[in-house]
Design a protein around this ligand. Structure first.
Ligand SMILES: [Zn+2]
Ligand SMILES: [Zn+2]
Length: 367
């Protein structure tokens, strides 16, 4: 199998001369597409791959990176290495609202006047998060954790922070409100480029992949290239939890959404996938099958655990993570329990698990 990722050279451009491997790391993917490795501070993921697409109206970014001075400097240096000033950016297309993707969008717009486009479901999350009092979020989390069966000693620090008014600023309070909508299934209005939005909810309600419907510059077989955001990554399975939102009463099924979205991008058969983390890869259908198998096995394992009635918290404690439960940091346990809830919700929807009547907090058992 050809690994196009290994064939992409890392260059920094200085006039007509190319100097290999000097930071900032800019990769030329051919056909008017580049990526810049923008660091995410204190995060095991390491960096976001911000993609740049040359269009007839100027450069367009796909995602922007984490809102941090070092990340901003890296993005600006990466653009400069390509002979582009941040002020020249024409537009910003966002795969999803998470801060490692959308964090610097506001700053890019400030210096360039660029538009920012996002799917309506994620724009809704941005707008709600900005207008929210931190206290509302703390109350919501405390109640949600209690309902999920979290022990009191886990919830106590949240209640204490709420009572004292010492609530750290929540991420996303200053996220930029997009000014354009990405409409699923439609071509984005980009001069000279054929970039189609594919709605891929699951990791977030408004996650989109972007399908560049142009022949692969290296003539790899398949249908163009796919900017996959966090939806399809070569070596990690994205977090699928509940779409946490205090003001949203809808009962959603993020795992069901994700599994459907995976099949949708597999059917596109892109020649190459350009994800927002790690590295480019080929054979998207094979990666989709791996992820579907991973989730099938995980769901089967959870179904077995539910031979004994468990709360979502109890289930999270017994699930397999990348380290023993006792070593999972406090904040990451919230993410873990949210993931357990998303899996439970799917099992209940499929008729493979049910709530045990008259339990408080509610426990679930296999059917
Ligand atoms: Zn994400
Ligand atoms: Zn990400």
């Amino acid at each position: 199998m050809v690994d196009w990722g290994d064939q992409c050279n890392t260059f920094s451009f200085q006039g007509a001369r190319m100097t290999p491997l000097a930071p900032p790391q800019v990769t030329d993917h051919g056909g008017g597409v580049w990526s810049i490795k923008v660091p995410i501070p204190d995060n095991p993921l390491g960096h976001t791959l911000v993609h740049l697409l040359d269009t007839g109206r100027g450069p367009v970014l796909i995602d922007t990176g984490w809102d941090d001075p070092q990340s901003w400097d890296t993005l600006v240096a990466g653009l400069a290495a390509l002979g582009i000033a941040a002020a020249d950016v024409h537009g910003v297309v966002i795969t999803h609202h998470h801060p490692d993707h959308h964090g610097l969008s506001g700053r890019v717009r400030e210096v360039s006047g660029a538009w920012i486009a996002m799917h309506a479901a994620d724009t809704e999350v941005v707008v709600r998060t900005r207008s929210r009092e931190p206290g509302v979020w703390f109350d919501y989390m405390s109640e949600k954790l209690a309902t999920a069966g979290a022990p009191e000693e886990h919830i106590a620090p949240l209640r204490a922070a709420r009572a004292s008014g010492r609530m750290r600023t929540l991420p996303g309070l200053r996220a930029a409100v997009p000014d354009r909508e990405i409409v699923p299934g439609e071509l984005l209005p980009l001069a000279g480029r054929a970039l189609r939005a594919i709605w891929t909810p699951g990791h977030t309600p408004g996650h989109v992949c972007l399908h560049l419907e142009e022949a692969h510059p290296g003539n790899l077989p398949g249908n163009g290239r796919l900017f996959s955001g966090d939806h399809l990554l070569p070596g990690i399975s994205p977090h699928i939890g509940l779409y946490e939102d205090p003001e949203d009463e809808r009962v959603t099924d993020p795992l069901g959404d994700y599994l459907d979205s995976l099949e949708r991008v597999g059917r596109l058969r892109p020649a190459e996938v350009l994800p927002a983390h790690q590295h480019p890869f080929t054979d998207a259908p094979a990666r989709v099958r791996e992820l579907l198998t991973h989730h099938e096995e995980r769901l089967a394992g959870l179904w077995e655990l539910l031979a004994e009635p468990l709360t979502p918290w109890g289930l999270a404690e017994r699930m397999e993570w990348n380290r023993p439960w006792g070593q999972i940091p406090y904040g990451s346990r919230h993410i873990a329990v949210s993931e357990a809830e998303a899996h439970l919700r799917w099992l209940v929807k499929q008729g493979r698990a049910e709530a045990v009547p008259d339990t408080d907090p509610v426990t679930y058992r296999a059917v």
